[in-house]
Design a protein around this ligand. Structure first.
Ligand code: ADP
Length: 447
């Protein structure tokens, strides 16, 4: 039986994004929401809505019993987790499947493997992906750490196996500071993730962050949908993403894309995934894999013309991917700005009432946002309130269009990062595509 009703286990712009794909497929939607989100756009638009708890995410969007109960009450036949929240929780995926509800995502086993970074690196190496040189597994003691670091050369990076969002990472400049910094990384990892397992990697001085979008049908077929350059980061959080990467040639894309697609075919991966690499001096180094839809997926949709949520639903229905690798086209240039309800200089959160709202439009402009005039941005969740994505025949045209779209965008009430993006895209180095993962932090410090 094909999926006819999907419960969307998320909120904000991504809940709306999934709803839109469902409606276009004639699939009914069930929104779940906390009491803080009763007036949310996805709640208003969904066919049904169920309140799953109070504002704290731990008691609503992260509550497995509440979400499963909602799915049973609504008789949803599938769950789409969006990104964040429970999207990479293997235990949740298992419980969904145990309830005979279709999980729109990879197998729980693959989620679990890729969620443990040490295990992910082992798997990636076995699948033929190039790694950052480092420890072959966890590093338990400072003596072991010193040995690994001496082999790969300083500086090294101590990273938490259960890490996320850049937490539990320490750069170690020399042998003298290794023991104390490794101790700090372990303590931070224990506090943040309840797991003090760490591993060591060579610290790359000035890389770019380039990731490949992949898709598998779970039957041993997989394609890559090209790369996204996500080097513009603040505190390891992506700020602006673009494709194609200004640093990559078509030949490099095809070569590395094939390596990724072959790896995913070999593991019979199901659904959407992103393989993240650092890229320096023409070399790729695997850092992690995300087993879900990414925030920045629209950039890929603009270039390829594919609807990634629709593909996810196809694959969950047991259908093949709608394209073969030969049929995937990469055309033009796309850029996404993440717009947050934050002060554009201090980055202090700025939730509250949206008094006016006017989204930009026109040719090749896409806004993924759940905002509307009169909406009150709750203070409990992520500060991402909108994604502005533009497309152009080439990078120059995309940048011109982005500037005019940012200029048109009116969000009255909260402070937003729109002015930050406006300043950023005027910078000559950015315009030249000449930036690494260090660039934005330096640029912000110089402002
Ligand atoms: P998380 O899951 O915490 O986001 P990642 O492994 O994806 O951890 O790393 C987050 C960011 O940290 C990367 O995008 C990059 O900016 C930086 N980083 C990670 N590994 C290295 C490394 N070996 N050398 C230099 N920078 C790194």
């Amino acid at each position: 039986m094909p999926i006819s009703k999907i419960l969307i286990a998320n909120r904000g712009e991504i809940a709306l994004r999934v709803h839109r794909a469902c409606r276009e497929l004639g699939i009914r939607t069930v929104a779940v929401h906390s009491t803080a989100d009763a007036d949310a756009m996805h709640v208003r638009l969904a066919d049904e809505a169920i309140c799953i708890g109070p504002p704290p995410a731990s008691e609503s969007y992260l509550s497995i019993p509440n979400i499963i109960s909602a799915a049973e009450i609504a008789q949803a036949d599938a769950i789409h987790p969006g990104y964040g929240f429970l999207s990479e929780n293997a235990h949740f995926a298992e419980i969904v499947e145990e309830h005979r509800i279709t999980w729109i995502g990879p197998s729980p086993e693959h989620i679990r493997t890729m969620g443990d970074k040490v295990e992910a690196k082992r798997t990636a190496a076995a699948l033929g992906l190039p790694l950052v040189p480092g420890s072959d597994g966890p590093v338990a003691t400072a003596e072991e750490g010193l040995k690994v670091a001496a082999e790969v050369g300083y500086p090294v990076l101590v990273k938490a196996a259960s890490g996320g969002g850049g937490r539990g990472m320490k750069v170690v400049p020399d042998a003298a500071s290794l023991a104390s910094l490794m101790g700090q990384a372990k303590a931070e990892a224990k506090a943040a993730f309840g797991d003090d397992t760490v591993y060591i990697e060579k610290y790359l001085g000035n890389p770019r962050h380039i990731e490949f979008q992949i898709f598998g049908d779970g039957q041993g077929n997989a394609v890559h949908l090209g790369e996204r350059d996500c080097s513009l980061q603040r505190r390891h959080q992506k700020v602006l993403e673009e494709a194609p990467s200004p640093a990559l040639s078509a030949a490099e894309r095809a070569r590395m894309g094939k390596v990724c697609a072959d790896a995913m075919a070999k593991m019979a991966y199901r659904g959407a995934g992103t393989i993240e690499f650092l890229w320096e001096n023409g070399e790729f180094y695997f850092i992690e894999m995300n087993t879900r839809l990414q925030v920045e997926h629209p950039v890929t949709e603009m270039l390829t013309g594919l609807d990634l949520v629709r593909e996810q639903i196809r694959v969950a229905n047991g259908l093949p991917l709608s394209v073969t690798q030969d049929q995937v086209r990469f055309q033009g240039h796309a850029i996404e700005c993440r717009i947050n309800a934050e002060d554009p200089r201090s980055f202090a959160p700025s939730p509250g009432l949206v008094t006016d709202y006017h989204a930009p439009g026109g040719l090749h402009v896409r806004v993924d946002s759940a905002l509307y005039a009169g909406y009150r941005i709750p203070p409990y969740y992520d500060s991402l309130i909108a994604k502005l994505i533009v497309y152009g025949d080439n990078r120059e045209e995309a940048l011109m269009r982005l500037a005019r779209a940012l200029e048109e965008y009116v969000i009255g009430g909260p402070r937003t990062t729109i002015p930050l993006h406006q300043a950023l895209i005027e910078d000559p180095q950015f315009r030249a595509g000449d930036y690494s993962i260090k660039w934005l932090e330096n640029w912000l410090a110089d402002r």
